[in-house]
Design a protein around this ligand. Structure first.
Ligand SMILES: Cc1cc2nc3c(=O)[nH]c(=O)nc-3n(C[C@H](O)[C@H](O)[C@H](O)COP(=O)(O)OP(=O)(O)OC[C@H]3O[C@@H](n4cnc5c(N)ncnc54)[C@H](O)[C@@H]3O)c2cc1C
Length: 416
């Protein structure tokens, strides 16, 4: 694999950038692999990369019905953070943020990773109580949450001029999460794809899995695709919001519901926000991209669906909420809007687990799963390689639904 550096950039500039190697191959599809990963999104590609890098396994095919990195990994609002509520969740996200911190070097791929505090704007006393409780739990696991006064908050976010004492929901405090970051989402998919390909993994785009196949012994035997049957004794379903469309083909029912989550961006403006601002009481969050666009997101749709656009009422709610706190933004023009399908488990915690079908693994329920890509891939690779969960994902197993060992994280993502 060619190394990306200032020297290779200079060398290739001399030949008008015509001699760069392809970042990954397009190999012939074989009829059998040791492992099939369905879904070349962030989680699928990261899993393939860590299977090869940490476990020495490379007879792996990553299959995607579209193009790699064309799913939610390219549709999200790039917030990376570890400010979760439960003892079972926080260490997982702390690990993910720490892997992100070094990922540009690890993958030799510029992820445009930018450490940027996230500030929660608190407007109700129940939220203040909840967030203080989170602060204490996070402290145990080495994540950061620091309370700030309203004055300090307004100093850190000068554009936040709404929410005064006369308003419907006055701002009553803030919480700063200094571990938060943003980075370029496509680059995460491309970086992992290039790294996995270099270690021998095959990535097959335009290869849609239509059906999971089970052998006479009850174990997984492979998949049926639009390009024919492919055999493998281990198959991982890593397709984000579409998990149930695949697991249904083998009669496996999962406690997941699919919802649309949307986002939109403004025209580019001069630097105005150097933190990620999260407003949990009114259900909106925003940050400013390197290009200057404001990247804005809200809550998921109320009803289940596989739609990928944006509902007018959800869009209006998010805009109105933002304008309550940032009234000057009403002069901004909005450029683009889009959505993606998330599958959300009943307790809003991911599922990274074996299933009752030997050889079949699932990684799903990724509501805020962009931040989780490195640790999600790292731990799923461990699970597939050893058939035993990594300690960080033991609480995320499907078994928790049999025993009501829920890891309730509702409310620590966008309001719901
Ligand atoms: C609007 C929006 C904003 C978000 N903001 C954030 C955020 O700020 N922070 C955060 O942490 N998370 C965020 N998320 C969530 C995050 O994007 C996802 O949780 C994460 O990307 C999901 O994992 P993935 O990257 O593997 O999924 P994807 O990129 O969706 O990968 C799944 C892949 O599976 C493929 N696939 C589906 N069906 C099949 C099939 N039958 N056969 C073969 N391939 C198939 C798809 O083509 C796709 O490429 C956001 C999501 C959305 C939609």
């Amino acid at each position: 694999m060619q190394t990306y550096s200032i020297f290779s950039l200079a060398r290739n500039a001399l030949s008008h950038h015509k001699n760069w190697e392809q970042a990954w191959r397009s190999p012939e599809l074989k009829t059998e692999y040791d492992i099939i990963i369905i879904g070349a999104g962030g989680h699928g590609l990261a899993t393939a990369y860590y299977l090869a890098k940490n476990h020495g396994l490379s007879n792996i095919a990553v299959l995607d019905r579209g193009w790699l990195g064309g799913g939610n990994v390219a549709r999200n609002t790039v917030t990376i953070r570890s400010n979760y509520m439960r003892d079972q969740s926080i260490p997982f996200y702390v690990k993910s943020v720490s892997l992100y911190d070094n990922l540009t070097r690890d993958l030799n791929y510029n992820l445009m990773y930018s450490k940027r505090s996230m500030i929660d704007v608190v407007q109700t006393y129940p939220k203040l109580r909840e967030i203080r409780r989170r602060m204490l739990t996070m402290d145990i696991y080495g994540s950061t949450y620091e309370p700030i006064t309203v004055e300090e908050l307004r100093k850190r976010i000068p554009a936040l001029t709404g929410g005064d004492s006369e308003s419907r929901l006055p701002v009553i405090g803030g919480m700063v999460h200094t571990d938060a970051a943003v980075c370029r989402h496509d680059a995460v998919a491309w970086g992992y794809a290039r790294g996995a390909d270099n270690l021998g993994v095959e990535i097959h785009q335009n290869t849609a899995v239509q059906k999971l196949l089970r052998g006479a012994d009850g174990g997984i035997e492979g998949v049926e695709t639009n390009r024919g049957r492919i055999n493998a004794k281990k198959v991982a379903v890593v397709v984000s919001g579409h998990t149930t469309t695949i697991t249904d083909t083998i009669g496996l029912t999962l406690p997941l519901k699919s919802f649309n989550l949307a986002a939109f961006v403004s025209e580019p403006v001069k630097p105005i926000l150097d933190v990620v601002v999260n407003c949990p009481d009114i259900g909106v969050y925003l940050s400013q991209s390197d290009k200057g666009e404001l990247v804005i997101g809200g809550a998921p749709d109320a009803g289940q669906s596989f739609r990928r656009d944006i509902k007018q009422n959800v869009f209006e709610d998010a805009v109105c909420s933002m304008l309550e706190l940032f009234p000057s933004f009403k002069r901004l023009k909005l450029l683009r809007q889009w959505g993606g399908t998330l599958d959300i488990a009943h307790d809003a915690t991911p599922i990274v687990s074996k299933t009752d079908i030997p050889g079949l693994y699932v990684s799903a329920g990724w509501w805020g799963g962009f931040k989780a890509i490195p640790a999600g891939g790292y731990t799923l690779a461990h699970l597939i390689a050893n058939n035993e969960p990594h300690e960080l994902i033991e609480p995320f197993s499907l078994q928790r639904f049999n025993h009501l060992d829920y890891v309730l994280e509702s409310g620590t993502t966008t309001a719901r």
